[in-house]
Write a protein that binds this ligand. Structure first.
Ligand SMILES: [Zn+2]
Length: 355
């Protein structure tokens, strides 16, 4: 990974100092972990997901009901990851790191992506250098889509705004069956795994994958009334729909038409860290409770990137401060509705598809 420094700019630094002061004053402190709102939401999605799962084994359901139950299990299972797992990866659910690691492990079981590897790339790459080519793994070269202006253009990209939804449906399955293995074994990601013993990585990985595949494939094949072919078909198709939900809530938060894709100039980026986060993030329906409820605060993306050490259930207090302070300092803050953000994402794909 390239090492990158952020430029020191007194006005931008002053903006960030004032923003932090106002936010920590409003919150009455600096450390904020999971509160009642946080646990209520996480428990709600866990009950929905595992109740649907339990009914998969009922004798009185037909194929169509089985498929819908599998879909609810996968969608709500994804939202367990959004509402509990993401915070746990940032150590903001509990004060104890160990408790966060345990929560992260179990809250990703319904998604299947290795939590330790995901957490490492999320914290060590994406959060530090959002949208910077070579430093943010989330925009690493993708064989099907050109997401950033620094990626090489190919003829097929002309149509990427049309075929992107089909590629996106493969996102979760690709991570479960390919991405995780590459992040675990490839030498290219040695920097990401630094400081974690190989033994720990491998043991946790193996236990996690055994539990995940038992949950989603082995147990339904062994104990439901349906053939293994039908169970696999249900797993793959509902997984594709869950992947679309995942992408819809996240992809536009960094890939939208007005986003910046800064290139480092001799290892330095044009702006301070805080302004960089604002230039590369987009909020959606940040003031809406329903949006925070389903996305685990991922809709308040600027607040999350600026205050990753605060649990997401406090973002509703942070958002108005970001809005005011960015206006006062004339600094960009992107906030759209979910549908406008998706339109902006498709426009971005179309733009990137031009030679
Ligand atoms: Zn995060």
């Amino acid at each position: 990974m390239d090492t990158i420094k952020f430029k020191n700019n007194p006005k931008e630094q002053e903006f960030y100092n004032q923003l932090k002061d106002k936010v920590f004053k409003e919150l009455n402190g600096r450390n904020f972990y999971g509160n009642a709102d946080f646990w209520k939401k996480g428990i709600f999605w866990s009950i929905v997901s595992y109740t649907a799962y339990a009914f998969l084994f009922s004798d009185s359901i037909n194929k169509l009901v089985f498929w819908f139950l599998f879909l609810i299990f996968q969608l709500a299972g994804l939202l367990i990851g959004f509402s509990l797992g993401h915070d746990a990866s940032h150590n903001t659910a509990f004060k104890s790191k160990r408790a966060n690691a345990i929560l992260h492990f179990f809250s990703f079981l319904t998604i299947g992506i290795d939590p330790l590897l995901w957490g490492l790339r999320h914290i060590r790459s994406h959060h530090l250098y959002a949208n910077v080519e070579g430093s943010d793994i989330d925009i690493d070269k993708n064989p099907f889509l050109r997401l950033s202006p620094v990626h090489p253009w190919k003829n097929k990209h002309k149509y990427q705004h049309i075929y992107a939804p089909f590629v996106y449906m493969l996102a979760l399955i690709h991570s479960v069956f390919m991405g995780d293995w590459i992040y675990l074994f490839s030498k290219d990601y040695d920097w990401m795994r630094k400081g974690i013993s190989k033994q720990e990585l491998y043991i946790r990985f193996i236990i996690f994958k055994i539990l995940y595949f038992s949950l989603v494939i082995v147990l339904p094949i062994a104990f439901s009334n349906f053939s293994w072919q039908f169970v696999i078909m249900a797993y793959l198709t509902t997984g594709g729909i869950a992947a679309l939900l995942f992408i819809i809530m996240l992809v536009g938060t960094h890939f939208f038409i007005e986003a910046a894709y800064p290139e480092s100039n001799e290892g330095e980026i044009e702006h301070t860290w805080a302004v960089h986060q604002l230039m590369t993030s987009c909020d959606w329906n940040a003031d809406k409770k329903w949006a925070r409820f389903i996305s685990g605060g991922a809709n308040c993306h600027a607040a999350h990137h600026l205050f990753p050490n605060v649990c997401h259930t406090y973002y509703k207090k942070i958002n108005p401060i970001i809005e005011d302070t960015t206006q006062e300092f004339n600094i960009v803050y992107h906030n759209k509705t979910l549908s406008n953000m998706m339109i902006s994402h498709l426009k971005h794909l179309k733009e990137m598809g031009k030679r």
